[in-house]
Design a protein around this ligand. Structure first.
Ligand SMILES: Nc1nc2c(c(=O)[nH]1)N[C@H]1C(S)=C(S)[C@@H](COP(=O)(O)O)O[C@H]1N2
Ligand SMILES: [Mo]
Length: 253
């Protein structure tokens, strides 16, 4: 079992599973394990996805909702292009899905709202030391990927955002996740926050919710999803704006 796959399953199975998998080589000498492994091998992807889907981020009752959900990082991209989009109520907005896909997409907000969706009350944890519980509704990223048909070598989804991070208007915020998170049950492109259209301060018109990860992975102001085999060639090469500034790429909670 490759290190990557072992980590993958260990994470999906939790602490007990991690301990079992740490002893993976020893276990492979037992009667049952090789059989399980051999059966699993050809359909590894779908089994892995099923296992990973079982590990859910905690969801909360309505009574746990925070009184408000603050904004952090960019609160308005402020570019001419974004201002024009916002002034038109995002009627001309298109979410581009391209890169390693058979079927590139350009989805209007109405298209996105028509896709299979999910609503969830979750806690957002920012590394700067604040948390908040909110209700998010959005299109399942799995549904968008199903429509775009990833090519066999696609491994990551890169999220390109509308907000420049440098004063000269360059260095747009971006993030990336792997397919394990992309196909996760709770991974959505959110268009509603607490049952109202996503405010500009929180990433209008669409932002990522990848609930098992920290705040900086929750990319706001999405313009484009690019499927890639590697993110080494994008910006600083570490898979995200904050990652290029020293944060961990995998920000699991
Ligand atoms: N495009 C973009 N996405 C972003 C950021 C940003 O500055 N720009 N900040 C990140 C950080 S650090 C956090 S904690 C959350 C904040 O989301 P909020 O503004 O809805 O609270 O968005 C994340 N996604
Ligand atoms: Mo954050």
């Amino acid at each position: 079992m490759s290190t990557q796959r072992r980590r993958f399953f260990a994470r999906a199975l939790g602490t007990a599973g991690a301990l079992v998998l740490a002893g993976c080589d020893k276990l492979s000498r037992t009667d049952w394990f090789p059989k399980v492994l051999n059966v699993a091998e050809p359909v590894n992807n779908s089994i892995a996805k099923t296992v990973a889907r079982m590990a859910m981020a905690e969801e909360f009752p309505e009574s746990a909702l925070s009184p408000s959900f603050r904004s952090n990082g960019t609160s308005d991209p402020g570019t001419d292009a974004y201002v024009a989009l916002a002034q038109g109520q995002f009627a001309t907005y298109k979410l581009v899905v391209d890169g390693l896909v058979e079927n590139p997409l350009a989805l209007t907000l109405a298209d996105v709202r028509a896709l299979p969706s999910r609503e969830q009350i979750t806690r957002h944890d920012c590394v700067e030391g604040w948390s908040a519980i909110a209700r998010w509704k959005g299109a399942r990223l799995s549904a968008i990927l199903a429509a775009a048909k990833p090519k066999a070598n696609a491994r990551y989804v890169v999220f390109h955002c509308a907000d420049p991070m440098n004063e000269d208007g360059t260095g747009f915020y971006y993030e990336s996740i792997d397919f394990e998170d992309a196909y996760h049950e709770q991974t959505i492109l959110a268009y509603d926050l607490n049952r109202a259209p996503l405010p500009i301060a929180n990433g209008a018109p669409l932002r990522l919710r990848v609930e098992r990860q920290l705040g900086y992975k929750q990319a706001k102001y999405l313009l484009r999803l690019e499927l890639v085999e590697s993110f080494a060639h994008i910006e600083g090469g570490n898979g995200g704006y904050w990652e290029d500034n020293g944060y961990q790429w995998f920000a699991g909670i």
